[in-house]
Design a binder for this molecule. Structure first.
Ligand code: TTP
Ligand code: MG
Ligand code: MG
Length: 403
């Protein structure tokens, strides 16, 4: 038996917007976004909570946001400015807990297992300190593992602090939409809904064998997550050096159509995670595993760094054409990116990820209609999904990507 862990998760509320409100107090309570200009096909990086009431959220084209809220203000500052606030918050976290894993520019896990105080008390103290010293609002989730702590933060936003008691993980997750679970992308969510599975609780009640027949190995992982189980350790470190996502076909796949679709879906996953961390990539890689388990990877350096799904996909598709011939069976396919840096330009309109967010929003609305669960806030975003992988400084940079 392992010792009960106490994991804290923190995420800044409307981070870029909160920084802007600090510098321009007249923005407080006003619908505004930080993002690129609508004329330049810019997108929303962060939406103020007042703007979210109009259905505006991250990764949505600014032009569409303006249509939803005609008086919407669009502001922006140099990225280094937000990084500086992030650095100050992260410094407080490192000062407050022995083990901190930074997940993105505004988000981290802390391991407080050795601290004798109750989790709520530890989190409340750090929350107050960030408020006092940096004047920024945070939301906190406390649980026995990463999965549940992160979801607790989402549920409590904004300015939340939710502690899930050990043993109460599954009950806490039960009323929430399945889309909030790591590993449930829009496609999986659609298939689950076709089966009548809308909440995490619905999912937890499906016999494991049925999930295995629907989703293969992935189904077994889903079942365990739906019960609120997660054994991942906190890994001290910073923003990753590479981000990748891969998929093992339930049967070796040789159809160009299916393989290309999978490549697109993996590119979307990688792109979405880049944007969440406010990063862009200069190198795109693909990985293929053949039926004999031989693994091959190939990479390509782009002219400019990107965080756009379709650009990642285009590069991945060119790489695929170089190593794969129509009809050749493939066991596993992966898309990855490296040489990560700050984004230098905005996403374009052809990026579809905001539509996926839209679907989760609708799911959340349905759940609230049904349960009146007002703790679920608007503006919640899709969670991470699939067998994704991130390599961190100090660890093997290529991970499983080496042939
Ligand atoms: P998030 O934590 O995802 O969003 P948020 O802090 O704006 O709002 P919330 O209260 O829901 O947490 O992202 C942190 C920052 O990263 C965000 O303020 C701006 C940046 N970002 C982008 O630049 N592009 C994106 O698509 C996303 C999701 C975030
Ligand atoms: Mg945030
Ligand atoms: Mg965040």
């Amino acid at each position: 038996m392992s010792v009960m862990r106490r994991i804290l998760h923190v995420d800044l509320d409307a981070f870029f917007c909160s920084v802007e409100e600090l510098l321009h107090p007249e923005l407080r309570g006003v619908p505004f976004v930080v993002g690129g200009a609508p004329e330049g096909r810019g997108v929303v990086s962060s939406a103020s909570y007042a703007a979210r009431a109009f259905g505006i959220h991250s990764a949505m084209p600014t032009a569409i946001a303006l249509r939803r809220c005609p008086g919407l203000k669009v502001v922006s500052s140099p990225h280094t400015h937000y990084r500086e606030f992030s650095r100050r918050v992260m410094a407080i976290l490192h000062d407050s807990a022995p083990l901190v894993e930074q997940l993105s520019i505004d988000e981290a896990f802390l391991d407080a297992s050795d601290d004798p105080r109750p989790g709520e008390e530890i989190a409340a103290a750090i929350k107050a300190r960030i408020r006092d010293e940096v004047s920024l609002p945070t939301s906190w989730g406390i649980a026995s593992n990463k999965l549940v702590a992160k979801i607790a933060t989402e549920v409590g936003k904004p300015d939340g602090l939710i502690a899930v008691p050990a043993g109460g993980e599954a009950a806490f997750l039960a009323p929430l939409p399945v889309g909030m679970l790591w590993g449930v992308g829009p496609k999986t969510q659609e298939r689950l809904e076709d089966e009548g599975i809308r909440t995490i609780g619905d999912l937890a009640q499906i016999p494991t064998e049925r999930l295995r027949s629907l989703f293969g190995q992935h189904g077994l992982e889903l079942a365990s997550k739906a019960m609120g189980k997660d054994d991942r350790e906190i890994v001290a470190g910073h923003i990753p050096r590479s981000i990748s996502s891969e998929h093992t076909f339930s049967r070796d796949q040789s159809s160009g159509h299916v393989i290309t679709q999978q490549l697109m879906s993996l590119s979307e996953d990688v792109g979405s995670r880049l944007r969440k961390q406010s990063l862009a990539a200069r190198t795109i890689r693909i990985k293929l595993r053949w039926p004999d388990f031989r693994t091959q990877s190939k990479q390509r350096r782009l002219e400019h760094a990107t965080q756009v799904d379709t650009e990642i996909f285009q590069a991945a598709e060119i790489l695929l054409e170089q190593v794969w011939q129509e009809g050749q069976p493939i066991r596993l396919i992966g898309v990855g990116c490296a040489d990560l840096c700050e984004p230098i330009r905005q996403l374009n309109m052809f990026d579809q990820s905001w539509q996926q967010d839209e679907r989760l929003m609708r799911a959340l609305d349905r759940i609230r209609d049904r349960y009146g669960f007002d703790a679920v806030q608007r503006g919640m975003k899709k969670s991470h999904r699939r067998n994704h992988e991130e390599t961190h400084p100090g660890k093997d940079e290529h991970g499983s990507w080496e042939a």
